[in-house]
Design a protein around this ligand. Structure first.
Ligand SMILES: NC(=O)c1ccc[n+]([C@@H]2O[C@H](COP(=O)([O-])OP(=O)(O)OC[C@H]3O[C@@H](n4cnc5c(N)ncnc54)[C@H](O)[C@@H]3O)[C@@H](O)[C@H]2O)c1
Length: 357
């Protein structure tokens, strides 16, 4: 049975449907209805068999369906790709009764969403995320973006999809690194307050490592429930949403220090969560057994937790460049004894240095 989770408020509310067989004509039509033309954006790394399956499903819809493939990788989340997609939409004479489908990971989802948000001041789009990270994170919450030379995600819009369809079958072909990258984000939801997910991951790490469909459905559903609750309460990132950044200040610093090479986003965030948990311990918010539990869970999933390659000296410039710096003081997301995350600028900077020593 498919799981359905509602996200957002009133007009911009949308459903996330999760099941191994979520990608059906019936499910897709719920988000397309009277739409005439559809442009599916996908990338060169997505297995061709998945693209062919989607083509066959859409064929039955009797709508005009076009596919547009971008090159896989973060570099495609650029102004130049954005501009090419917009030109394609204009050439195909898309109007507001037409729609886009993002079929891929977070790169495809972010750029497709930004095209949808801005073409003709907004056309509909559907997310079909195909990586674990995009399934549990980027496809839900309405953040769309492209990168510019000065930084990642500096241009974008909050724009909700009409529908998100999540099939666990896409996870089967993911590389080990991409799978683990998503698992890091899943663990984040467990650490910032989803106790059910925490317990499930502790008790079922083997099933998760084996990518068993039932285990995947459970961790994806629980992750989205957590994210849905937070982004529905704070659609435009005015407050609560900050807790989703647990581990991200340090994770982003590690990614930037490594020049975005040789480490996935989720792997960097995983190290960032360990650092943030250590600061939480040194600040007296959690007990040492809680830090041990977190590290044990990450290690049981074969995620790397040793951040000794990244010293305070290595990371400090990147940390202080973070978007979370306000009036010269870095805001941190820490956790407390009850497993609740909170944003604070009240901490002893010595503890930050100690966590990175
Ligand atoms: N909008 C948000 O809220 C949000 C949140 C987190 C991350 N992001 C963004 O998401 C992006 C990262 O997303 P990602 O981790 O999905 O990376 P990605 O989109 O680059 O995908 C990773 C790789 O996996 C391949 N791939 C996709 N599906 C596959 C499948 N089923 N089988 C095999 N290979 C497959 C892709 O071709 C790509 O090479 C970043 O740009 C980041 O900024 C956005």
């Amino acid at each position: 049975m498919a799981k359905i989770i509602a996200v957002g408020k009133s007009l911009s509310k949308y459903n996330v449907v999760i099941s191994k067989n979520a990608i059906t004509q019936k499910n897709l039509m719920a988000g397309l209805k009277a739409k005439n033309k559809i442009l599916v954006i996908t990338d060169s790394g997505i297995p061709k068999s998945f693209i062919n399956d989607l083509k066959n499903i859409l064929k039955k819809s009797k709508k005009k369906v076009y596919f547009y493939e971008i090159k896989e990788g973060e570099k495609s989340k650029s102004f130049s790709t954005y501009s090419k997609i917009l030109s394609k939409l204009a050439d195909l004479k898309f109007d507001r009764s037409d729609a886009l489908i993002a079929f891929g990971g977070g790169v495809v989802g972010d750029i497709t969403g930004f095209c949808a948000a801005t073409f003709l001041r907004g056309i509909d789009f559907i997310q079909i995320p195909t990586t674990l990270l995009s399934q549990v994170d980027s496809s839900v919450g309405g953040k769309t973006a492209i990168n510019i030379d000065q930084g990642k995600n500096l241009v974008g819009a909050f724009y909700n999809p009409r529908l998100v369809l999540i099939s666990t079958k896409y996870i089967e072909t993911l590389s080990d690194d991409e799978y683990k990258s998503g698992l890091g984000e899943v663990a984040k939801y467990a650490f910032i307050g989803n106790k059910k997910l925490y317990k499930y991951m502790q008790e079922n790490s083997d099933l998760i490592k084996l990518k068993k469909p039932q285990a995947l459905e459970t961790i994806i559903e629980e992750s989205i429930k957590s994210k849905a609750k937070i982004v529905t309460a704070d659609e435009k990132e005015k407050g609560l949403r900050a807790i989703l950044n647990f581990g991200h200040t340090f994770g982003h610093a590690i990614e930037a220090y490594k020049k975005y090479k040789g480490i996935t986003h989720g792997a960097a965030v995983t190290l960032g969560m360990v650092i943030a948990a250590k600061i939480s311990l040194y600040e007296g918010h959690i007990k040492s057994h809680q830090l041990d539990d977190m590290v044990n869970l990450l290690e049981s999933l074969k995620l790397k937790t040793d951040h000794s390659n990244y010293s305070y000296e290595n990371l400090k410039n990147y940390i202080l460049n973070d978007k979370k710096v306000s009036r010269g003081k870095l805001n941190l997301v820490l956790i407390n004894e009850k497993g609740i995350a909170f944003k604070t600028d009240k901490y002893n900077p010595k503890n930050l240095k100690k966590a990175l020593s």
